[in-house]
Design a protein around this ligand. Structure first.
Ligand code: ZN
Length: 91
């Protein structure tokens, strides 16, 4: 029998084939996907998962290397950059 703490749906269940039959392994769930801080859309090109797994990825695989990468989506970052450039021009 599994320990009571594992019986909740906090953990996801992975069915693993073992010599004695199918066994259930309990693993951590992935965190939610990152969203754009401006429009709320799901960010593309951003790795999501368990932090220890993401740390193993190369830096370029984690977030886009552009400015506001991992915070704003490409459309919103473009708007932001244009806005900033216009602010600079107008003083
Ligand atoms: Zn956005």
């Amino acid at each position: 029998m599994t320990s009571p703490g594992l019986r909740s749906r906090t953990f996801r269940r992975v069915f693993v084939k073992a010599p004695g039959g199918v066994r259930i392994h309990y693993r951590k769930r992935k965190p939610q996907k990152l969203t754009c801080k401006s429009c709320g859309d799901v960010l593309k090109g951003v790795a999501h998962g368990i932090a220890s797994q993401i740390k193993k990825l190369s830096k370029s695989q984690r977030v886009p290397s552009r400015k506001y990468g991992g915070h704003l989506c490409s459309k919103c970052s473009r708007k932001e950059l244009v806005k900033r450039a216009e602010m600079m021009r107008n003083g």
